[in-house]
Ligand binder design. Structure first.
Ligand SMILES: C[S@@+](CC[C@H](N)C(=O)[O-])C[C@H]1O[C@@H](n2cnc3c(N)ncnc32)[C@H](O)[C@@H]1O
Length: 200
């Protein structure tokens, strides 16, 4: 039993609503890559409730071991050991065959060049019709969807100039450039969205 597991209250709040969507979206068996796994709370919850999936956690090499306490404690047969994957410098060819990709709250933390690299890498590894689900806060037509998102965006940009809430239109365009077409844009609790691309 790990006493000091890393903990995110946001993950506890959003894992239920995200699971409801993923259960529909990832309803075939296969391996789902998670980019920017963080604490591992999502990985454990989704692997537990979606036993037909093999969950492949990954994160930037600096954070790739952060999820180990949650994953080791859960001891689920359908979670692979986490991989160190920096979306921009990492080697995407080392991954097992992937049928879908999930990432939460990463696009506003990564620099835009990294977001571009993530879309490029995801498009390379997904099979035809494979889905890429990206959860988080997004702007629409340059506008925030809530005052709290606007405050959050300001605080991100003050922490580091490369961070910030992304424009959905720019992400949609990025998908198109990489052969990924936006299929769904689900409203989620707390002014978040779940964007879903399908590989053409
Ligand atoms: C705000 S955390 C989100 C963690 C988790 N997905 C969640 O929803 O709580 C952002 C994550 O993005 C990861 N990240 C940032 N830059 C990255 C990069 N270049 N490649 C891969 N992951 C990256 C961080 O290591 C971190 O785990």
């Amino acid at each position: 039993m790990h006493k000091d597991k890393p903990f995110s209250q946001a993950c506890e709040n959003n894992k239920g609503p995200i699971l409801e969507k993923l259960a529909d979206l990832f309803n075939q068996s296969g391996t789902t890559l998670e980019i920017g796994t963080g604490t591992g709370q999502h990985a454990v919850h989704f692997a537990l409730h979606l036993p037909h999936l093999t969950w492949q956690p990954s994160d930037h090499p600096q954070n790739a071991r952060l999820c180990l306490p949650w994953i080791e404690e859960a001891a689920l047969a359908n979670i692979n050991p986490p991989l160190a994957l920096d979306v921009i410098k990492g080697d995407w060819s080392n991954l097992p065959p992937i049928h879908g990709v999930f990432s939460a709250n990463t696009a506003h933390i990564m620099a835009w060049e990294e977001v571009k690299a993530m879309f490029h890498g995801v498009a390379r590894i997904l099979p035809t019709d494979g889905l890429f689900c990206l959860y988080g806060p997004f702007r629409y037509n340059g506008q925030h969807t809530s005052e709290s998102n606007e405050r959050f965006d300001r605080s991100l940009r003050m922490q580091a100039g490369h961070m910030g809430i992304r424009d959905m239109e720019n992400l949609k365009q990025l998908g198109e450039t990489n052969g990924l077409s936006l299929q769904e844009d689900f409203g989620m609790p707390a002014n978040n969205r779940l964007l879903v691309w399908r590989k053409a």
